[in-house]
Design a protein around this ligand. Structure first.
Ligand code: GLC
Length: 696
C-alpha cells in the first residue's frame, strides 16, 4: 500500500478504530473465533466487536499455524476496513530449535552466530504464523543476581551493540514482508539491567551521563540496523517510568536516535503505573503513556477502553492517536500484511522448516562456539577409550535449553548421557570405576530469566556436597557447568581439574559438549560477562569507571577490599583453548582524528597442535578527558580461527566514535590526547600500545 493510501485509510477510520490499533491483546482470547464471545474474551471485558478492532495479538501460547492463521483471517474479515492484526511473539534464542541463550551467543564474540540464531528463530516462528518478535534484548548487564542476564549479549556496550544489530539483521532478513522474516523489537529501553541489587522489577537509579555512554549505544545500533519496534523497560529514569517518559521516548528515541518505528509497552506496563502511584487508574495511565509517545499498549487494556474518551474529553489531542496509529499501519504495510495477512497457514510448510537440518546444524555450530573453557589442568580433552562417569543434575536431563523455550521441541533435545553413550570412544561407568568424572551441574532452567533473581548465584548446597564426594574419590573431575548467569565458582574451582561453561547450549548442546569434551573441536568461547570471586564484589565488570585512588598493592587507603581480592575469578573476555596462541600487536597508524582512523595490527599464531579460534580483544583507556571515563573499555574484537602453525594479521581501524564520551546533557566529547590500548585475549591484557587522538 502506498503512503498516500495509508493516510487515506487513516482518514477513513473512526476514533475507536484508530485507538484499537494501539491495543495488543492475547491470541488465547481469540482462539475461539470472534463471531461469539468466548470465555477468555469476556474475562478481559472484550466483545467480538472490540476484539476484531485490535491492532495486535501477542502469541501467548504454543503456536500452531492453522489456528493462528484462522484467527488472523477471522479478525481481518471482521474488521470494518479489513485491517489485519500483527502477531508478535518472544523469539529470544530460537523457536522450536533452540540456540544457546543470548549471553552464550555473546561469548562467541562473533556477530555471525548472533545473526544466524536470529535468522533461524525468525524462519521457524514465521512459519508458525508470527509477524514480529520481541527481540533482541540489548540491556547491558553487570549483575549476576539478576536472572535476565541470560537474555543479553553481555556486559560490554560494544558487544551488546554489535550482537544486537546482528540479531536485528538476522530477524528482518532485509525485508520483513518476506515469508521467513520477522519485524524486530529492541528491548528493554533502557538500563533495565541496573535493577537494584539484581532484584527483578526493582527500581534503578542511573545518571544521564551513564545512559548516554553505556545504556543507549546498543539501542542506537539496533535502530541503525533497522529495528521496527522498541520496548520501554519496566523501570523508571529520573523517577519517571520509561513507559510514560517523554524525554526517553521522544527526545532520545525519536529526536536523538531517529527512530521512526513503533514503541510498544512491556506486558501490562501502562497498568503498572498504578503500582508506582503515578496513575490512579487505567484511564490516567493511558493519558500519561500516549502523551509521552507510547504507541502500543501490551496487555494493560488501558488504551482500548479509554483513548477515544480521552480525546473526546479534550484530555488527549487526536493527533497523538493519529501519529501512533499511522506508525502501526506503516509497520503492517512493511510486513505486507494488507496484501497478505497470513505469514503461513500450512502445517506442511511449517514442518519443512521446523527443526530442519540446516537450522539444527546452525544451532550445533553456535553451541560449539559459545562454550567457555574456564579451567583445564590437562583433564580435557578426553582420550578415546577412557572410562568416564557422567553424573550430576544435568547429566541425564533435557532441561539444557534455558529460558524462553515455551515452543521448544524437547523431543529433539538429546541428554548428555544419550550423546556420550552413543560415542564408541567412551565407556560410561560408575564414579568408583571411572578414570575421569564429568560432573554436569549448575542452574535449573526455571531459575534463570525473568523473575529469577538470586541472592546466591552459585552451585546449590547439594551440588557442592556431590562435588566434594566425587573429589574425594581422587580422580580428576571436569565440571560441565550449566548456567544462565555468571556463578560464584571460587569454592568449587579447586576441586575441578577442568571447568567447561556450557551456559544453556540449546537443542544441539549435548552433542556439541561431547564434541568439545572429546576434542573433536577446541573450546573457543570467551566470557561475555565477568565471573566474580565473591558475591560481595557484585557488580563487577571490566569497564568500571576510574576512581580517585586506584588499587595499590600493600596500600590500605586505596581501592580494595580487606577480605577479598578486587580481581574477578575469571575476567570478561576470558576463555581457554586446547591449543595455544601467540599474539603480537603494533601501531600501523598512530593518529586518530575525525575522518582519519588510527590503525593497529594484531598478528596471531596458532602455536599448538590443534585447530582453535582466538578472540582478539582491543581495550582502550583515554589518559585524560573532560569526563571520568572507564579504566578500560572493550572497543573492538575479532574471532580468528587458525589451524596449527597458521598465522593471521588482523587490522583494527579505530575511529573517534569508539572513544567518544558524552556528558549529562548528551553532548559529545571527541577523544583528545593519548589513548592507551590493550590488545589481548581477555580484559586483563596489559596496556602496551598508545595512539594520539586529535579532535580536529
Ligand atoms: C515480559 C518481558 C518482555 C517480553 C514480554 C512479552 O514481561 O519483560 O521481555 O517480551 O513480557 O512476553
Amino acid at each position: 500500500m502506498t503512503h498516500e493510501a495509508l493516510l487515506a485509510l487513516l482518514d477513513d477510520m473512526t476514533l475507536e478504530e484508530k485507538a484499537a490499533q494501539l491495543a495488543q491483546i492475547p491470541m488465547s482470547a481469540c482462539l475461539g473465533g470472534v463471531s461469539e464471545p468466548t470465555g477468555p474474551m469476556t474475562a478481559l471485558n472484550l466483545t467480538p466487536e472490540t476484539t476484531a478492532l485490535c491492532g495486535s495479538l501477542i502469541a501467548d501460547g504454543v503456536m500452531e499455524p492453522e489456528g493462528y492463521a484462522s484467527v488472523v483471517r477471522a479478525l481481518t474479515q471482521a474488521h470494518p476496513h479489513h485491517i489485519p492484526p500483527v502477531v508478535m511473539k518472544d523469539v529470544i534464542h530460537g523457536h522450536k530449535t533452540m540456540f544457546p541463550i543470548p549471553i552464550a551467543i555473546g561469548s562467541t564474540f562473533e556477530e555471525s552466530y548472533a545473526e544466524s540464531m536470529a535468522r533461524c528463530g525468525a524462519r521457524e516462528a514465521a512459519a508458525m504464523g508470527a509477524h514480529a518478535t520481541f527481540s533482541p534484548m540489548v540491556d547491558v548487564v553487570r549483575d549476576p543476581r539478576w536472572g535476565r542476564v541470560m537474555e543479553s549479549p553481555g556486559e560490554a556496550p560494544a558487544l551488546c551493540a554489535k550482537m544486537g544489530a546482528a540479531m536485528v539483521r538476522g530477524t528482518r532478513n532485509g525485508d520483513i514482508s518476506k515469508r521467513d522474516s520477522l519485524a524486530a523489537c529492541a528491548k528493554h529501553f533502557a538500563a533495565y539491567g541496573l535493577s537494584q541489587a539484581g532484584q527483578e522489577y526493582s527500581p534503578i537509579d542511573v545518571s544521564r551521563a551513564e545512559l548516554y555512554n553505556t545504556y543507549f549505544p546498543p539501542f542506537e545500533a539496533c535502530v541503525k540496523a533497522g529495528a521496527d519496534l522498541v520496548m520501554p523497560a519496566f523501570v523508571g529514569l529520573d523517577r519517571v517510568p520509561c513507559v510514560c517518559n517523554g524525554w526517553l521516548l521522544e527526545d532520545i528515541l525519536r529526536e536523538r536516535m531517529g527512530f521512526e518505528g513503533v514503541t510498544i509497552s512491556d506486558w501490562d506496563d501502562p497498568g503498572q503505573l498504578r503500582n508506582h502511584g503515578i496513575a490512579s487508574d487505567l484511564k490516567e495511565a493511558a493519558q500519561l503513556c500516549i502523551d509521552a509517545g507510547l504507541d502500543m499498549d501490551m496487555m494493560s487494556f488501558a488504551y482500548l477502553p479509554h483513548l477515544a474518551d480521552l480525546v473526546r474529553e479534550g484530555a488527549v489531542d487526536e493527533s497523538r492517536i493519529d501519529a501512533a496509529c499511522l506508525r502501526v499501519l506503516e509497520l503492517k504495510n512493511k510486513l505486507g500484511l494488507f496484501e497478505n495477512p497470513i505469514k503461513n497457514d500450512s502445517a506442511a510448510y511449517a514442518s519443512s522448516v521446523l527443526g530442519c537440518g540446516e537450522i539444527r546444524e546452525a544451532a550445533y555450530d553456535a553451541a560449539l562456539a559459545s562454550c567457555v573453557l574456564l579451567k583445564n589442568d590437562g583433564a580435557l580433552p578426553l582420550a578415546s577409550g577412557v572410562k568416564v562417569a557422567l553424573v550430576g543434575d544435568h547429566a541425564d536431563s533435557r532441561a539444557i535449553l534455558g529460558g524462553w523455550t515455551m515452543d521448544a521441541d524437547r523431543t529433539q533435545t538429546k541428554t548428555l548421557k544419550e550423546s556420550f553413550a552413543a560415542d564408541p570412544r567412551v565407556s560410561l561407568v560408575s564414579p568408583e570405576e571411572a578414570e575421569m568424572i564429568l560432573f554436569a551441574a549448575g542452574e535449573r532452567e526455571q531459575d534463570t530469566g525473568e523473575g529469577a533473581s538470586k541472592t546466591r548465584p552459585q552451585l546449590s548446597v547439594g551440588q557442592m556436597d556431590e562435588l566434594r564426594c566425587l573429589y574425594s574419590l581422587g580422580k580428576p573431575v571436569a565440571l560441565l557447568l550449566f548456567c544462565g548467569r555468571p556463578l560464584i565458582l571460587t569454592d568449587a574451582e579447586p576441586m575441578c581439574a577442568a571447568i567447561l561453561n556450557c551456559w544453556f547450549p540449546g537443542s544441539e548442546g549435548a552433542d556439541a559438549i561431547r564434541a568439545l569434551v572429546m576434542g573433536d573441536q577446541s573450546p573457543s568461547g570467551r566470557l561475555s560477562m565477568t565471573f566474580p570471586r565473591a558475591i560481595g564484589q557484585i557488580p563487577i565488570h571490566h569497564d568500571r569507571l576510574s576512581g580517585a585512588r586506584p588499587h595499590l598493592d600493600g596500600e590500605c587507603y586505596y581501592n580494595r577490599y580487606i577480605d577479598e581480592s578486587s580481581d574477578p575469578l575469571y575476567p570478561f573476555g576470558f576463555g581457554l583453548s586446547y591449543t595455544t596462541f601467540a599474539l603480537e600487536s603494533e601501531i600501523v597508524e598512530e593518529t586518530l582524528a575525525p575522518d582519519h582512523p588510527a590503525c593497529i595490527r594484531a598478528t596471531v599464531k596458532n602455536t599448538g597442535d590443534r585447530p582453535g579460534a582466538a578472540v582478539i580483544q582491543v581495550y582502550a583507556h583515554l589518559r585524560r578527558s573532560t569526563l571520568i571515563r572507564p579504566r578500560r573499555q572493550l572497543i573492538a574484537f575479532r574471532r580468528v580461527p587458525l589451524v596449527p602453525g597458521e598465522e593471521k594479521a588482523v587490522d583494527f581501524a579505530l575511529t573517534p566514535e569508539m572513544l567518544i564520551l558524552y556528558d549529562a546533557q548528551g553532548r559529545a566529547f571527541m577523544p583528545d590526547g593519548i589513548c592507551d590500548l590493550a590488545v589481548g585475549m581477555d580484559a586483563a591484557a596489559p596496556m602496551t600500545l598508545s595512539i594520539r587522538c586529535r579532535r580536529i
